[in-house]
Design a protein around this ligand. Structure first.
Ligand code: FES
Length: 240
């Protein structure tokens, strides 16, 4: 058996935010997400939370579980000692219970133009990339945009204008991509007070990332590139 303490809040009702306790039987091999579904289907159909793939791919089920941001579908109830306290992601408006409004998260993501920019001639089939070039972005492309890093970032707690670790990690992903030639513009966009220089190198994002990515390290690399101005050559090449 396990005890789930789940954050409940409905901004459309007069009830104040609270934790609600649920008892869940048979928790052998059960994930926290399965526990939430058990509650939804057997105890309380009003509980709201997000999920989709149930296998650590979509990023929908990131939440604050026993003091850390984790994916509910990848967290075993037994690993939590059968006592599970769950809150929603921080720094975003609560829509209901564990569901937050991800608009600021994706707005910031959109700002960094998360797609390849290439001003050269369009190839017949595809832009080619050698295995060595691909290796440079290997790690960064694994980000599933779950929001765990965003919720854990203390800078975002006080400054919503900060682009955030998820967006800045993606900037490095495109800066390091051999098929992208907008590195200078990308770097110029984030080398500001609301971009890379707003990061205080606290490493929370690196600690919580369920895909073992390193947004803090990525931001550090962008800072180095910005300071060294190594992208000026690209500026010339693309004529921008
Ligand atoms: S439900 Fe997709 S990552 Fe958890």
């Amino acid at each position: 058996m396990a005890i789930f303490k789940v954050f409940r809040y409905n901004p459309e009702s007069y009830e104040i935010a609270r934790f609600q306790e649920y008892e869940i039987p048979d928790t052998e091999s059960m994930t926290v997400l399965e526990g939430l579904y058990y509650i939804l289907e057997n105890i309380d159909p009003t509980l709201a939370f997000r999920s989709s793939c149930r296998e650590g791919v979509c990023g929908s089920c990131a939440m604050h579980i026993n003091g850390e941001y984790r994916l509910a579908c990848e967290t075993q109830v037994s690993d939590m000692g059968h006592n599970v306290t769950i809150r929603p992601l921080a720094h975003m408006k609560i829509i209901r219970d564990l569901v937050v409004d991800l608009t600021p998260f994706f707005d910031n993501y959109e700002k960094i133009k998360p797609y390849l920019i290439n001003s050269g001639p369009v190839p017949d089939k595809e832009f080619k990339q050698s295995p060595k070039e691909r290796k440079r972005i290997d790690h960064h492309v694994d980000c599933i945009l779950c929001g765990a890093c965003y919720g854990s970032c203390p800078v975002l707690a006080t400054d919503s204008a900060y682009l955030g670790p998820h967006a800045l990690l993606k900037v490095l992903r495109f800066v390091d991509d051999s098929r992208d030639d907008a590195a200078y513009e990308r770097l110029a966009y984030v080398a500001t007070d609301y971009g890379i220089f707003r990061c205080h190198t606290i490493f929370n994002c690196q600690q919580v990332c369920p895909k073992d990515l390193d947004p803090t390290g990525a931001i550090g690399k962008l800072k180095m590139k910005a300071v060294k101005g190594k992208l000026l050559g690209k500026l010339k090449k693309t004529g921008t």
